[in-house]
Each structure stands twice: as C-alpha cells, then as structure tokens.
Design a protein around this ligand. Sequence first.
Ligand SMILES: [Zn+2]
Length: 203
Amino acid sequence: MSETNKYMMVGERLCLDFINTISWRESEDKRRDWFTSYDKLVDWSLHAGIVEEKQAHLLLKKSVLNPSESEQTLRQAIQLREAIYRIFCSFTKKELINPEDLTNFNKVMRHYYQLMQLVPMENDYSLQFDISEGAFDSMLPPIVQSAVDILTSEQDLGRVKHCEGDPCGWLFFDTSRNRSRRWCSMADCGNRAKARRFYQNKK
Ligand SMILES: [Zn+2]
C-alpha cells in the first residue's frame, strides 16, 4: 500500500491504521516504515486525532530537548505496533499466537490500564487514561485500547482482514454487511488486482 495522500487511513479502526504505517509491509525491497522519527509518530498521531495540535507542538518541542527519551518512545511504539500486527495476523492467517507477543502486549496494557479512571460526563461516566498531555507516549494508550476492544470481541475479530494485494500486508476492519471487502483500498490494491486479471485474461 502506498502513502498516496498524506497518510492513508483505511483500516477503519485506530489500531489497524497504526499497524498500516508501513507501506508494502510484506515486500522486502519496497517496504517503507513511516515512523522514521519521533516527529513522524507525533505527526501521524495528530492526523489520527489522538493528539491535539497544541499537544503535538508541545511534544515536538520537548523532543528537541530530550532526543533520547523521545527516541525511546518511538522504539516502544514500533515494538507495540509490531506485536499488535503479529497478534492480529495470527487470527487472519489462522496461525498460533506467539506467546511472547501476548506477554509483551499484556505488559504494555497493564502499564496503561493502571492510569484508567472514571470521569463524570453529563449523564454517565467515561473511562479515560489519566496521562499527561506532555508525556512522550501519550498517543499509545488509545491505540492499546483500540486493540483490546477488537481482541475481546469475537464478532469484531472476525472482521479483521488482511488485504489480498500482495505484498501489501495491510489490515482492515471489514464493515461491509456481507463481509466482502478484500482490499485495503479499491483505488490501490483493488485496481492492481483488476488490472492483473485483465492482462491474464488477454494472454
Ligand atoms: Zn492493500
């Protein structure tokens, strides 16, 4: 999958869009990770709506002052992303889950779930993470939550699919009524497959 617009968001769920931050994930030579720096992670998070504009500026400013700390958060984010990717893949490919990935994910989840608190809303309460907006990793808890939401619902998990475009490797949440979606994007992988079929038929 290519990075056509600024950031393509076709996963339909936050954690899947997070996974899809590598173009051509399953290609050896075309593979390109979008998170080449902490700044890119912040920029993507802003685009994804999990970091606010003011907060993004604060994080970028802090990152200049603490490059090693922000670098470490970037590594954490990538580790989390790859663990979530492999966990979902074990479902889409019907393979056994790697216990190490589950252990690592659980560790991250426990760390953030400690920060959960009930916040009074108008008519009820909402569960929110009590994390400072200046924390380098403040974009990660909602991503973890998004993955937990899918993983704990058999119905939702059944809608997570792997794009059939090879070597795209992107995942998406199939919201179609008859679960017929096959491509991350019809405009990219879908069209390529159509073109391939066209030429094969001509041969
Ligand atoms: Zn694709």
